[in-house]
Design a protein around this ligand. Sequence first.
Ligand code: AMP
Ligand code: MG
Length: 494
Amino acid sequence: MSLPVEDTRPVADLGLRWKPGFSTLGPAFFTELRPTPLPDPYWVGHSDAVARELGLPSGWRESEGTLAALTGSLPVAGTRPIATVYSGHQFGVWAGQLGDGRAILLGETEGGLEVQLKGAGRTPYSRGGDGRAVLRSSIREFLCSEAMHGLGIPTTRALCVTGSDARVRREELESAAVVTRVAPSFVRFGHFEHFAANQREDELRALADYVIDRYYPECRTTARFNGNAYAAFLEAVSERTAALLAQWQAVGFCHGVMNTDNMSILGLTIDYGPFQFLDGFDPRHICNHSDTQGRYAFNQQPNVAYWNLFCLAQALLPLIGDQEIAVAALESYKTVFPNAFEDRMRAKLGLSAPAEDDRALIEGVLKLMAAEKVDHTIFWRRLSKHMADGNIEPVRDLFLDRAGFDAWMLTFSERHAQSQRAEAAELMLRSNPKFVLRNHLGQQAIEASQQKDHAGVATLLKLLETPFEEHPGADDYAGFPPDWASTIEISCSS
Ligand code: AMP
Ligand code: MG
C-alpha cells in the first residue's frame, strides 16, 4: 500500500473526463491511495462494447500509458484513487469490517460510470490478503460480466483483463491479473451496514442521501410510506433485487457467495467468484466448493436475497424511523419476485400473455427436469427450436421419463393452441440463450491463457455478447459439458 503523497510521476490520459463522485462523501467513507503496480503487464481480454460505453477513444488500448494505467503503474489524469470501507454478513454471520481489500476505485466518468481496478494491490481493508486477483478468477469475472449483460441481466461490466507473470499464492502459485470493472456504482448493502453497526448515523444518512439523489431520485417525491424517502428507497432496492433474482433463477445462474457485501445497492450482479451456470438442472446445486452447508445453493438464492434485504432494512432503520414501515417496505419482494419469475418463465415458454394455469405448467416442467437433471440451457433452446420447426424428438430425447414428458408436452401444446407459432418461436429464441458461460468453457479459455494464448477468451466473449444468436460454426460451445466438467471445483479462493 502506498501513501497518497503528492504525485510527481507522469500521468496517463485515458481520454476520459472525470467528475466528483463517491469521494465527495468525505474521508469517513474511504482511504485515498495508489494502486500497487502489476509488473510487466500484458493484455488478456477486452470489451470494445464497454470501451464505447465509457467513451474511450478508438485505439484506446494502443495509446501511450493505457496498459500501465490500468495495472497501477501510472496515475490516470484527473483521478484520485480510493478504496471504500464496508462491512457485511458472510455466510449468515456478522463479519464486521471488510471493505475494498483489492479493488481500487479510480473515479467516476462524466458519463456516470465508476471505474475500478480489481486486483490492484493492498489497501487498508485487505485484512491479511495480498490485494491481488488471480488470472483464473479475473477471466471468469470478465467473461461473466459481459455474458450477463448479453443475457440482458443487470450487472457490473468489465472493460478488460490485464495479466502479469507475477505470482501470487492461493492453494498453489498462480499468476496475478487485474480486471477493470465498470458500473454506475459499486455501493453494496454492506456499505450501509457498516455505518449502522458503528452507530454513525450522520454518515449513514449521508450515504443514503447520496445513493437516493443519484440513483433513486423518485424516492424523494414519493407518496409511499407517507413520503418517507428512506422507506421508499428500501422498497425500490428490494424490488430491483427481486427482479434480478428472477432473472438469475430463470437463466440458471448460481452466484455462489451471496454475502451482504456482495449485494449491489443498484440490483446488479456483482462480485463474480465461484458462480456457475447450471449444466444439469439441479435445484439444490451448490456451485461454491467452500459452501459446505449449501447456504447459497441455487434454489436458496431468492430467500437469501430476502434475508440480505432484511439486513439492509435493519441498517436503514435509524433513517426510516419505524420498524413497521421498514418491514412493510420489504413486503413487495414477496410478490415482485414470483411475478417477475413467472414472467421470465412465460417468455421462455413462448407465452406472451398470462393465463391461470401457468404456474402449474412452469412447475411441471421444472420438476421433470430436476428429476433427471436435464441440461438446463440445452432443454430450453431445443424447446425453442421445436417451436420453430415442429420437431419434438430432440427435446423428447433429453428425458428418460418419456411418458412424463409427453404428458407435460400435451398441456404445453394445448396452452399454445391459439398461439402464432412463429411469434412464439421468436419469443423463445430470444428468451433462451444458446450460449452461457459454462464452467468447462471458462476453464478451457483460462488454461490456454495461462499458456499465453488469449484467443479463447476473445472467442468466448464474442459468443457470450450475443448469446441468443445462432453463431454458425460455434456449436461446440453450445453442447453438453464433458464428463470432466463435473470435477471442476471452484471455491472462494480467487
Ligand atoms: P469476496 O469474497 O471476494 O467478495 O471478498 C470478501 C472480502 O475479502 C472483501 O473485503 C475483499 O476485498 C477481501 N478480499 C478477497 N480477496 C482478497 C485479497 N486477495 N486481498 C485482499 N483482500 C481480499
Ligand atoms: Mg466481495
